[in-house]
Design a protein around this ligand. Structure first.
Ligand code: SF4
Length: 468
């Protein structure tokens, strides 16, 4: 059956038809036919049953990539017309391993919610963008596939292939659609740019997921980047430990070890994702000297509760993974139903501050729309400031005064003044109108230059002092 006939039979509207890409539809139809005729991937999964199999290539080749396959595999799962339409616009794929973490095939299950398209992805609120961080704009993309937004770091987009297409992905616009790995010419262009721009010290390999590439292909890029004298660290942004932990093989770790310092930044959002297999994958990286940091995204119906994030952060610490960032969702089309108000994020951070030590608390940040960069968001702990003292509140709401260094004879305030004591304390309400007030009061409190003319950084970086 051709794509048009398929759509005709299922009664899709002409607008829906127009918005679909014929070739992608054809591929789905082909897969449906394959499943019907041979049992296809679904048949293999049903027969073999070992979905946690420790062979990452098997995991990649046995991904489900159409909702019809999920329907054939999971009794009672019936995708809606809206879900099918969404899966045409934003691809669907899930590894057998990640699928096995789903406990109930409903949107209430956090893993299901991150992996399976929902009809709500069609609801594009006006504030959302296809490319919320302006990664495709020329000013941030001096070379194809290279994003340069901050002076000292760049992101290299290695490919558009991932084991699972996360429903909350910031790069929904191309992951699973433009899957090809960067070409040799493109990589040469990156290396040329890095050599010509010695201010870049930190190179982040991203995508897609760079660890879907073979070891040899990955090594070619890492070795080339490492050969640039001004590059200090290489970071790999990957969700592989979460979605397909068997990819973290000892061979991969041995290869990474040759190019230190290499860091991995991974992406666990929910404690159920941190399985024994995922923990072992991170342990292999750590034993190879690769520090593992975690960035989560705050997602409605998935982790927008302090109990869930506390459990996740504790589990991360137990596995020597540092909770690094908690991201406010980017303004990306297709994720409105997963966005959480900033006020909710602040409440969660308040709650975490009382429950976890500092090591376990991620930094809550918002990546400003249109390439504005990351801004940390904190509950309001500073109530007021003056040249003599600063009034703060702690996580219990207790108000405490901190005396500043004696830069004025008027400084006579002690520590641990209780709520209501002191002029500023009397004026300050918890969480009240302090933002503008503090900013105003900061001006002129300390007139020393913020950054000394010649900072002593405790040693020079590669490329400084003319040594390279
Ligand atoms: S693995 Fe990363 S890049 Fe790929 S879909 Fe998930 S969030 Fe996006």
């Amino acid at each position: 059956m051709g794509a048009s006939a398929y759509m005709q039979e299922r009664g899709y509207s002409s607008e829906a038809k127009a918005s679909w890409k014929e070739d992608r539809m054809s591929r789905v139809v082909q897969r449906v036919e394959l499943v019907e005729e041979t049992g296809g991937v679904v048949g293999v999964l049903k027969r073999e049953g070992d979905w946690q199999r420790a062979d990452w290539r098997w995991q990649m080749t046995h991904r489900l990539t159409a909702l019809s396959e999920l329907r054939a595999l999971v009794e009672g799962f019936e995708p809606s017309e809206g879900q099918l339409r969404v899966s045409m616009r934003y691809p669907f794929a899930v590894t057998p391993y990640y699928l096995s973490l789903i406990e109930s095939f409903t949107p209430e299950d956090p893993i299901f919610r991150m992996a399976v398209p929902l009809a709500e992805e069609e609801d594009d609120a006006p504030a959302l963008f296809r490319d919320p961080l302006a990664e495709e704009e020329e000013e941030h993309r001096p070379v194809a596939g290279l994003i340069h937004r901050y002076p000292d770091r760049v992101v290299l987009l290695m490919n558009g292939l991932c084991p699972v297409y996360c429903r909350h992905c910031t790069r929904k616009r191309f992951v699973g659609i433009e899957k090809a790995a960067a070409s040799s010419e493109q990589i040469e262009g990156w290396i040329r740019y890095l050599r010509e721009t010695p201010s870049i010290r930190d190179v982040i390999l991203s995508g897609g997921d760079p660890l879907t590439l073979s070891d040899s292909r990955l090594e070619r890029v890492i070795a080339a980047v490492r050969s640039v004298p001004s590059v200090e660290i290489i970071r790999i942004g990957t969700r592989i430990p979460v979605l397909m932990p068997m990819r973290i093989t000892s061979e991969l770790c041995a290869m990474l070890e040759r190019y230190h310092p290499i860091w991995v930044v991974t992406h666990f959002n929910h404690p159920r994702e941190l399985t024994a297999q995922a923990a072992q994958a991170c342990d292999r990286l750590l034993r190879a000297g690769v520090p593992v940091n975690n960035q989560s995204v705050l997602l409605r119906g998935i982790n927008d509760h302090p109990d869930i994030l506390e459990a996740l952060c504790r589990k991360l610490l137990m596995n020597r993974i540092k909770p690094y960032y908690l991201h406010q969702s980017d303004l990306v089309q297709g994720i409105e139903h997963l966005r959480t108000p900033i006020s909710r994020g602040i409440q969660i951070m308040e709650a975490l501050r009382g429950r976890l030590g500092g090591l376990g608390i991620p930094q809550y940040v918002i990546d400003l729309p249109r390439g504005g960069g990351k801004v940390p968001i904190l509950p309001n702990y500073i109530l007021s400031m003056s040249p003599e003292y600063t009034v703060l509140r702690n996580f219990e709401g207790r108000i405490v005064t901190y005396p500043e260094p004696c830069i004025s004879a008027a400084s006579k305030v002690g520590v641990n003044q209780q709520e209501g004591e002191g002029e500023q304390g009397k004026r300050a309400g918890i969480g009240g109108r302090m933002r503008g007030g503090v900013a105003d009061q900061l001006a002129g409190l300390d007139t020393r230059p913020l950054i000394p003319q010649k900072p002593d950084t405790g040693g020079s970086a590669k490329g400084e002092n003319g040594d390279r």
